[in-house]
Write a protein that binds this ligand. Structure first.
Ligand code: GRF
Length: 223
């Protein structure tokens, strides 16, 4: 059994916070060797803040976030992260683009979850774009954050089927259910030091991940 202290984690949100809740529950259950030190939102009205408080987690709302430009927001964000001694940062539906210098400060210990099979469909409205393209497979990706948006090394991807008759709502619900499994898993690996950042790449159990690990949630065909 490890005698290392659990990591101090910050989770950054802007909205509903379902990934935040999934991660926090796994930390509280002792399944991830990390403690959620603070949940940070750029919006005071983010519904996820209430869920975090119900779990007894500390929360912070970035000062003047609505009016402040990116630089002021990042000063406020860095102050909260440093005040809580955060070792790892999980972006979980945080709808702000962080600057290159800010990312450089935390690179190797900041993660994001993106609702697509990266490198496909970076950016917004991924479910809609997948439906418009008539793709048959979709999913989510957990990746290290680098300066280029949605382009950092991917650690783990979930794959789900796009079903006939899917709408954005049904498809996003199917993808999100898998996000709540794969994001805590990656953070668990990181907390156990099985997953590390080295030479600009993700390494798991001493092996460089040149391609992501894939978890396939598509139903196994009946025989
Ligand atoms: C998720 O779909 C995630 O992939 C994307 O933002 C959404 C956040 O959802 N980055 P929630 O706030 O965790 O429910």
């Amino acid at each position: 059994m490890s005698t290392r202290a659990p990591l101090e984690a910050a989770i950054l949100i802007s909205g509903r916070g379902s990934n935040l809740m999934a991660i926090a529950r796994e930390c509280l259950a002792g399944h991830i060797a990390a403690r959620v030190a603070v949940v940070i939102s750029d919006r005071a009205d983010a519904p996820g803040l209430a869920g975090a408080r119900e779990l007894g987690l500390e929360t912070a709302v970035l000062k003047s976030a609505e009016s402040a430009g990116g630089a002021a927001l990042e000063v406020s964000l860095a102050a909260v992260l440093e005040a809580h001694g955060c070792d790892v940062i999980a972006l979980a539906g945080f709808m702000r683009i962080l600057s290159g210098p800010f990312v450089a400060r935390y690179v190797g210990r900041m993660f994001n979850i993106h609702p697509s099979l990266l490198p496909g469909y970076r950016g917004l409205h991924t479910h809609r774009r997948v439906l418009e393209a008539h793709d048959t497979v979709h999913g989510a990706s957990v990746h290290f954050v680098t300066a280029e948006l949605d382009a950092g090394p991917v650690v783990l991807q979930s794959r789900v089927a796009v079903m006939p008759g899917d709408t954005e709502a049904t498809l996003s619900a199917r993808v999100q259910a898998t996000e709540h499994i794969i994001y805590p898993r990656v953070l668990g690996w990181f907390a156990e030091r099985r997953l590390v950042w080295r030479d600009g790449a993700a390494w798991l159990d001493g092996r460089r991940l040149d391609t992501p690990i894939v978890e396939d949630f598509r139903a196994t065909p009946r025989s």
